[in-house]
Design a protein around this ligand. Structure first.
Ligand SMILES: [Zn+2]
Length: 275
């Protein structure tokens, strides 16, 4: 599933080609994308809108429109966006939606498993929508170690589950949670509220380092994620633990193990990350 670095990579690639353009035509062919709203109503509402900016919050892409409305896109498991500068998108049986821009370019939305969502929110609805779903942005300057300590205080959940909860910290999923915990040398089952000050400081640094590395390498391509140009990311070659069962730890050389935390496969070095 695309996490913060993958969604941020898509945003950075798409923003320069969609910002300031006007949507000339919109087609949404999968009703699951917009349900319970009729996809034809959403597509009709998008036509004629100028895209003021393309922003990101957590794993959401925010298409801010001139009318004050925002198209909120979540890629979920297998969603991806494809940009065709000349308007000619490749044939694709999994394309669920297409936007044609006044520059002649097209943006296609592809989703094999169809869990992705497109929601068109009226002015004033975006803020409450995001506030009920998302904690702070981990790469924002205001996200300090002190802030992380406050968020974790009193939490009995395993730190891995705490990191995956979008209402605590936004944008982190299974990959970057495991990578950050390995960097911080913290066992994923440790209760979040029991981490001491030094561990919180390490986790704070590790989260930022893992996420920034992911952005620098344009995300991780395991199955479906590609950039809007159709390229894969490079982060999957740099994983320290994720998916590396039995391979040697990059720090101590002992084999990586896999456990299940909060129902998710979790990779760790049992030597570097003591319970
Ligand atoms: Zn190790």
């Amino acid at each position: 599933m695309p996490e913060l670095p993958e969604v941020e990579t898509i945003r950075r690639r798409l923003a320069p080609v969609v910002e300031g353009t006007t949507i000339e035509a919109a087609e949404i062919v999968d009703p699951r994308l917009t349900r319970p709203v009729d996809p034809v109503l959403v597509a009709d509402a998008l036509v004629g809108e100028r895209i003021v900016s393309l922003d990101r919050r957590g794993k959401y892409l925010l298409w801010r429109l001139e009318s004050g409305r925002t198209l909120v896109v979540h890629l979920r498991m297998t969603g991806s966006l494809r940009h065709a500068p000349g308007g000619e998108l490749p044939e694709d049986a999994y394309r669920r939606a297409t936007l044609a821009l006044d520059t002649g370019a097209s943006v296609g939305y592809r989703d094999v498993r169809r869990f992705g969502t497109w929601e068109l929110l009226d002015q004033g609805h975006l803020r409450p929508y995001l506030e009920t779903r998302l904690g702070p942005e981990p790469l924002a300057p205001s996200f300090t170690a002190m802030r992380l300590a406050t968020l974790a205080a009193g939490r009995k959940a395993p730190v891995k589950a705490f990191l995956l909860d979008q209402r605590r910290v936004a944008g982190i999923g299974n990959i970057y949670a495991d990578e950050a915990l390995w960097r911080a040398q913290i066992h994923p089952l440790r209760p979040a509220g029991e981490l001491d000050r030094a561990e919180i400081a390490r986790l704070h640094r590790a989260l930022r380092a893992s996420l920034n590395k992911g952005i620098e390498l344009q995300g991780s391509t395991l199955r479906d994620y590609v950039t809007p140009e159709g390229d894969g990311g490079g982060m999957q070659h740099e994983f320290h633990v994720y998916g590396r069962l039995g391979e040697p730890c990059d720090r101590c050389g002992r084999p990586i193990e896999r456990i299940v935390v909060a129902g998710r496969g979790t990779w760790l070095c049992p030597h570097c990350q003591r319970p």
